[in-house]
Ligand binder design. Structure first.
Ligand code: MN
Length: 426
């Protein structure tokens, strides 16, 4: 299905005057603080987050997966779902494909369909954590780090194929996340595992087009539970440096041990010009893949505060590639993604309110209380009317979730696709 702008504008009419009075109140407050509201709206309009193709269906766990009625069963339908999200939120202007789950059959038709929804293709993602029927070798004991040359070779060739697919779609980056590691003490030699991984990544890197980036994701545990080859940002950073200037670290919020200071990691990577990609989600325990901002919204704000600082002060760091990487085991995936997009925009907007110059002065004056007050004052501002204004300006819905429900979009999808459709991927 396709959501036309007239239906969204019709919905907006119902709450337009409420919105306007709330926005005027906020805008007056911000203006009194010398904040340029029009600039803020423009910065929020420009902020786009990629939706991964695997997030349009219900996720699952190793115990089971419960499909969500009407979930997309083809790449075309996945594009249509992101199109719906983008029409409502005007924030989801890109899709990130997973290979081999989403190999296009007709490239020009797929590109046309994406363009008709206003979507571009973000990073392509390789998969060396599952065995494929068409592959001779198994990744049971690792892929790029495997002690067997034939397995490493297969994994390298797969990544090269992913780059080729991405080139045909107009992607400009490839994300490598490895499940490689060990389940038991003594199973692997840490040093050779890392060395093989570095050698393999360099091979992949040598096939990267001039204007592309290689994103190296890290994760401390799972699916391997004793060790992971690329366990933390330091290891990823080391590998990115070994590959070259087009290789970057990718930070996934869920890929940290509890209480890790992620905002500090982000800050240091940007100082070194190596923060390439960012995956949003939230968690209570580990890689829970919960809705962004649902558990630790203040931590998300602190992270955005560093991202905004880095984007303003670190020209050595390229503009990061943003993507949601979450699961929604029991929710309507589109509703969950709208909640995530709202939380991301909210944290970004609040971080934009921080007076970086005043904060710097307070830091240098050792005004510890003042520093905290500045951050918390920004965090406590209810900036939702600003997000509404941004969506309205861009042609989206004032209240995307409400519009989605009022327009009965899920019911339309179920009518079109049936209750038994199953999305490929997680
Ligand atoms: Mn991720």
């Amino acid at each position: 299905m396709r959501l036309n702008s007239e239906r969204i504008q019709e919905q907006n009419k119902k709450s337009l005057s409420d919105h306007e009075s709330q926005f005027d109140f906020l805008a007056n407050n911000l203006t009194r603080q010398d904040i340029n509201v029009a600039d803020l709206v423009q910065q929020l309009c420009d902020f786009q987050v990629a939706i991964p193709s695997w997030a349009l269906g219900a996720g699952g766990t190793r115990f089971g997966r419960f499909s969500y009625p009407g979930e997309p069963s083809s790449l075309e339908q996945k594009l249509d779902d992101v199109g719906i999200l983008h029409a409502l939120t005007q924030t989801a202007g890109a899709i990130s494909l997973h290979i081999p789950w989403d190999i296009p059959e007709d490239y020009s038709a797929i590109k046309e369909r994406a363009a008709s929804h206003g979507l571009v293709f973000d990073a392509v993602n390789s998969n060396t954590f599952q065995d494929q029927k068409t592959h001779a070798e198994s990744y049971k004991y690792g892929s790029l780090s495997n002690t067997e040359k034939a397995v490493r070779e297969q994994a390298i060739q797969h990544n090269i194929e992913v780059i080729e697919i991405g080139k045909r779609l107009g992607s400009k980056s490839v994300t490598v996340w490895l499940a490689d590691g060990s389940n038991f003490p003594g199973q692997n030699n840490f040093q050779t595992s890392l060395q093989y991984t570095e050698d393999s990544l360099k091979r992949i890197y040598s096939h990267l087009p001039e204007d592309w980036k290689l994103f190296i994701e890290y994760k401390p545990y799972e699916p391997n539970f004793y060790s992971t080859v690329i366990q933390d940002w330091g290891t990823s950073f080391m590998l990115a440096n070994a590959c070259g200037e087009k290789a970057y670290t990718l930070v996934d919020l869920g890929h940290h041990l509890p209480n890790t200071n992620i905002e500090q990691i982000v800050s240091i990577l940007m100082l070194k010009g190596k923060l390439g990609g960012f995956h949003f989600n939230d968690s209570k325990y580990g890689d829970d893949d919960s809705t962004v901002g649902s558990v630790k919204p203040y931590a998300l704000f602190l992270i955005f505060n560093e991202l905004v600082y880095g984007m303003n002060n670190n020209p050595q760091n390229p503009y990061p590639s943003w993507m949601i990487d979450a699961s929604h085991n029991i929710k309507d995936p589109l509703e969950d993604l709208m909640q995530s997009l709202e939380a991301i925009q909210e944290a970004y907007a609040k971080a934009l309110l921080v007076d970086q110059k005043a904060l710097r002065e307070a830091q240098e004056a050792h005004d510890v209380v003042g520093c905290q007050e500045m951050l918390q004052a920004a965090y406590r501002t209810d900036i939702r009317p600003l997000l509404q204004k941004t969506r309205l300006k861009a042609g989206g819905a004032l209240y995307p979730l409400q519009a989605y429900r009022d327009l009965k979009i899920r019911k339309t999808l179920v009518d079109e696709r049936g209750t038994e459709s199953v999305a490929t991927g997680l």
